[in-house]
Design a protein around this ligand. Sequence first.
Ligand SMILES: NC(=O)c1ccc[n+]([C@@H]2O[C@H](COP(=O)([O-])OP(=O)(O)OC[C@H]3O[C@@H](n4cnc5c(N)ncnc54)[C@H](OP(=O)(O)O)[C@@H]3O)[C@@H](O)[C@H]2O)c1
Length: 317
Amino acid sequence: MTAAVYDRYGLPEVLRLAEVAVPEPGAGQVRVRVAATSVNLSDWEGLRGAPAYARLGGLRAPSIRTLGSDIAGVVDVVGAGVTRFRPGDEVYGDNLRLKGGFAEYAVAAESALAHKPPQLTFAQASTIPQAGAIAVQGTAAAGPGSRMLINGAGGGSGSFAIQVAKLRGAHVTAVDNAGKLDHMLRCGADEVIDYRSQDFTRCGPFDLILDLVAHRSVFAYRRALAAAGRYRCVGGTVRSLLRVLTVGWVIGRATGRDIGVLVVTEGPAQFTGLADRCVAGDVAIHIDQIYPLAEVSQALAHVGEGRALGKVVVQTG
Ligand SMILES: NC(=O)c1ccc[n+]([C@@H]2O[C@H](COP(=O)([O-])OP(=O)(O)OC[C@H]3O[C@@H](n4cnc5c(N)ncnc54)[C@H](OP(=O)(O)O)[C@@H]3O)[C@@H](O)[C@H]2O)c1
């Protein structure tokens, strides 16, 4: 089968198409004939080997040669003990542990997958699992009237997070670069901030902050929070994440705020509810571009270089 592979961390040029063996599912796994795989920032981080946490699976070289977590496709073969799926089922899910979606076939744990709603195309379904889980968990504390800020809101997770926070009744301020402000307003943001010209930590106070790309000091985050406010980051520089976990926690406790890192729980229960809201028309899926498998490097660059409005999808076959 054809797969996009890489043997060393680097820019998209390190990716190449290769003919590799079709993977065999083990016990509790299924093989999926991939129809579409959406690109997440985590794919870009895995390609670059940066931030440092992206090298957890391989310090010097990637241990998994084919990226691509958010897969959608048709079950081809089921491994021993699989009970929820059979060949021919249309499925989607976040295959973050095994990856392999930028290929014609991928193997995934049964527990990572859900049945694809027939109303969604494979491309649409592939946009939901990882970004949707981040958006749903990152906005879980939002409620009517809460002032919520989402930093990095123009990307995949942010586009969903704005909409979910609005559905929960929050007043949403969305932060990203100037090219994404209109997009964030279309997603429903009440106010938008261009991070290159304005410092959001001086625009508060906010009751809730969801930070998809933490770069700032914990003192800046503390400044942006209202009394009893809550800050959660899901990604960013290792330095920022470590500071949030340590100094941030202490400062939060000392000042009546709650500052921490959101470790996102994986699995179908985290994203199927959002998919239902997409089917119902309550939440829109924003696909910026669809690339063929042969152009997976361009797809990753489009996300990694910050040009994507919403999600980017790689279509196989
Ligand atoms: N905690 C967990 O368990 C977990 C699990 C999975 C993923 N993650 C993380 O969750 C995050 C999800 O991101 P995503 O997939 O939504 O990424 P994305 O689609 O690339 O969106 C990130 C957005 O942030 C913007 N941005 C970059 N630098 C910024 C800055 N300094 N200030 C404000 N905005 C900035 C980017 O635009 P420009 O670059 O154009 O400015 C982009 O629009 C990733 O960091 C990923 O590693 C966490």
